[in-house]
Design a protein around this ligand. Sequence first.
Ligand SMILES: *Cc1c(COP(=O)(O)O)cnc(C)c1O
Length: 397
Amino acid sequence: MITPLLPTYARIDLAFERGEGARVYTADGTEFLDFSAGIAVNSLGHAHPHLVAALTEQAGKIWHTSNAVRIPQQERLAARLAAATFADTMFITNSGTEAIECAIKMARRYHWAKGNPERYRLITFEGAFHGRTLAAIAAGGQEKYLEGFGPAVEGFDQVPFGDLDAVKAAITPETAGILIEPVQGEGGLRALPAKSLRALRELCDEKGILLILDEIQCGVGRTGYLFAHQASGITPDIMAIAKGIGGGFPIGACLATEEAASGMVAGTHGSTFGGNPLACAVGNAVLDVVLGEGFLQHVRDIALRLRQGLAGLQDAHPGSIEEIRGEGLMLGIKCKVPNKDVLAAMRERKMLAVAAGDNVVRLLPPLIIDEKDVADALERLDGAFSAVEAEAQGDAA
Ligand SMILES: *Cc1c(COP(=O)(O)O)cnc(C)c1O
């Protein structure tokens, strides 16, 4: 018999009652070290005092008004994000997939408004994940998400990740732009080298097409930069963000240059909930912390510590770890043993992480972790890999 909740998730039989920093607790008080952060969402950990204060203060004033009127919290969030990035303007959403949807519509509309309606196609990359709307699953191009949902939304041409020659070959007079994650999340923590991102930027300029970045997972401080592309020195024309900007409250945004956004005039797009006062109060509170003095440096420093520790872990477990990859606090352990077994062994040691494609264990800790959390994580990971190895030996014997 079907459960009252649509069974689209293969859920782990665990529930958490409360959290604090990088730790979460079940109802019986069992503590877990949370290196999943709700899939890169709890960027400042759980129950961050500044976020709790911002949310409760706003909750006592006004939650929601609709976008028929001005929303000062939304205007402030947009102004601050614009000041900190390439963007001149942005549309606030409730989720990542809505930010991507807006980005796709904006790119198509840009060329349409320029008198080139035939330019509506986007080049995307193998292993990509852009969300779950019909357009987003078509952009992601993964058969497992497209199967059975009718004809895929037209207009996406997929090439191997970061393959510049393939991108060049795929550009036609119908190409509107290139959509890419600077660091692939679901796809297995593959980071696009800075020089490839720069090459894509040049190619877009040369061909008069738009560079669209999906920084929904890798943005908002996760790589040690406010946005991952900032490490390469280039800027996109359009960028989708979500996850970390809400610290746990559902909010996303589609950022753009004035030029790229030029087709999106009044009436072309909208959202009932998107950017309501409650969501934007929290988004602003996240920015207070992430833009605070020394915060991104902390992320870079602690990420280096974790990465060095993971290199040591790989040395200690050469039979089960193939590679450490990713950027900042968005790291992947590419396994030689099934990643699901490692994640289960980690849970036995009271540590949470996330699976990713290509048999990768994905570590997405809150950005506020300290050296003690890193040491704790490395110890539990070491125990988990040893247990999986011992089990494999037992099976072989
Ligand atoms: C999570 C994610 C999305 C989808 O965001 P939702 O909030 O789940 O709709 C899109 N792109 C990337 C890179 C993501 O990590």
